[in-house]
Structures are given as structure tokens and as C-alpha cells.
Design a protein. Structure first.
Length: 181
């Protein structure tokens, strides 16, 4: 009876050991199946000459519509990128466009690239703006000028007669009804 009991204990132990191995394998496969396949691309864009951060640089993954723009500190971050190798384009007005080739994104990791852009001049063609208006406006029958009290205080006049000379088509004479003073 002792040997039977010992055999039963061994069989139970082996069964528990097999069950333990199965649980371990299930945990390993579950971990592998939920392992991330996405990565993050981040970095900072600076002016090559001044080393100042550049705001508003367009950062695009070439061949896709995925991208970001740099913030006030010149930083950018593009998340949820499938693991793989990408070409990344950096563009901004006043700077030469730059492409970083073969940037590798690894799952569950951040890939950091720091970029320096070279400034460039942007030349525009000359623009000439012309406008015309008629010398005489046919629909206007009179002209109205008015000065308020606060405006009159700031005018270079001493009396009403001098004020009247500021209006168009008004002349001032030193006499009344043809008489001389």
C-alpha cells in the first residue's frame, strides 16, 4: 500500500508540474501577443546657424499623411508608428527642406532625432498694385465737412473766421458787403 500511495503522489506531482508548464506557456504566449508593434518618433528642430529652436516646422513621414509640427521649443512627437524604417521630411518657410532617410522605428520604443535646418532666402516676384477712381464722382451732389468741439480745440485757429478758411471753397475777406474797414 505504501508503494501505491507513493505512485499516486508522484502522479499528482507530475500532473501539477504539467499544469504549471501549461500556465507558464500560456503567459509567455499572451505576453508575446500583446507586445506592442507601434513606436514613437520624437525630436527637436533647430536653426543650423543660431542653434535656436524653430517653431512650426512640418515633420512628415514620406509617402503617408502622418506628421506633426514643432512647438515653441522646436519639439515634435509622432506616435503610433508601425515598427519599420521611414524617410522623414522637415520643411519650413525660410529654410531648406531636409529628408532624413532610413529612420528606424522599433516597437514600444522612442526613436529620437535632432535636426538642424539651414536657412534660405525666399525671393518673391515684384508685385505692383494700381487702382483708379474717377476724377469727378457723378453721384455726389455736395460735400459735407464737420468739426466737433474737441477737434476745433486742436486746430491752429484763433477765431471763427480762421476756422471757416479751413473748409474747401470758402474764402475770407476783410470787409462786409463790399465795404472796407
Amino acid at each position: 500500500m505504501g508503494e501505491k500511495r507513493l505512485a499516486m503522489i508522484r502522479a499528482g506531482f507530475v500532473a501539477i508540474l504539467h499544469l504549471f508548464h501549461i500556465v507558464i506557456l500560456m503567459l509567455v504566449f499572451a505576453t508575446i501577443s500583446i507586445a506592442g508593434t507601434k513606436g514613437v518618433l520624437e525630436g527637436k528642430v533647430r536653426d543650423k546657424d543660431t542653434d535656436d529652436p524653430i517653431v512650426g516646422v512640418s515633420v512628415l513621414i514620406v509617402g503617408s499623411s502622418i506628421g506633426a509640427a514643432t512647438d515653441i521649443e522646436g519639439k515634435f512627437s509622432i506616435s503610433n508608428l508601425d515598427a519599420g524604417t521611414y524617410d522623414v521630411r522637415f520643411t519650413s518657410i525660410g529654410y531648406q527642406s531636409t529628408v532624413y532617410r532610413d529612420v528606424t522605428i522599433r516597437p514600444d520604443l522612442k526613436t529620437t532625432i535632432d535636426v538642424s535646418l539651414t536657412s534660405s532666402t525666399v525671393e518673391f516676384k515684384e508685385v505692383e498694385i494700381t487702382a483708379e477712381r474717377p476724377l469727378i464722382e457723378k453721384d455726389v451732389t455736395s460735400t459735407n465737412f464737420s468739426y466737433g468741439g474737441s477737434q476745433v480745440e486742436h486746430l491752429p485757429v484763433r477765431d471763427v473766421q480762421e476756422l471757416m478758411t479751413l473748409f474747401p471753397s470758402v474764402t475770407a475777406e476783410g470787409n462786409v458787403r463790399g465795404g472796407k474797414a
